[in-house]
Design a protein around this ligand. Structure first.
Ligand code: AMP
Ligand code: ZN
Length: 123
């Protein structure tokens, strides 16, 4: 059983949807508003997505960003996708993390997503 397919089937926690994707708040958020944009089709990872699915992801990202700007007033965002176990993917159903960022949420944010290899984040 796939946890994201199950969530879609039960319509539990779904906070946004369009024809091809839906979004849920991350159960273990790294910041206020950390959300996952997930394909309705059980795709493996980002590289498995069709062009319409990627467009639907983008539409969701823009809608959610505008909503969080109004709700939480973050100072920036990270957008991230883990593809494959070695990259850190734990749920093998394609999803994009949208992570609002707030001034002072870490001591030194420099390098951002470079932090996937922690000792290489700063440069
Ligand atoms: P990844 O490591 O990129 O595969 O991301 C999986 C994400 O799914 C993690 O950030 C988890 O916190 C999140 N997650 C796992 N199970 C659930 C769930 N039942 N509901 C919401 N988020 C979940
Ligand atoms: Zn699935």
């Amino acid at each position: 059983m796939c946890i994201f397919c199950d969530i879609l089937k039960n319509q539990k926690y779904v906070v946004y949807e369009n024809d091809l994707v839906f979004a849920i708040l991350d159960e273990y958020p790294v910041s206020k508003g950390h959300i996952l944009i997930i394909t309705k089709r059980h795709a493996k990872d980002y590289f498995d997505l069709t062009k319409p699915e990627k467009e639907a992801v983008d539409e969701a990202i823009i809608w959610l960003k505008n909503t969080f700007d109004r709700m939480y007033h973050p100072d920036g965002y990270n957008i991230g996708v883990n593809n494959g176990e070695v990259s850190g993917q734990t749920v093998m159903h394609a999803h994009v993390h949208l992570i609002p960022r707030y001034k002072g949420d870490v001591d030194d944010p420099k390098g951002g997503v470079r932090g996937v290899i922690p000792e290489k984040q700063a440069y």
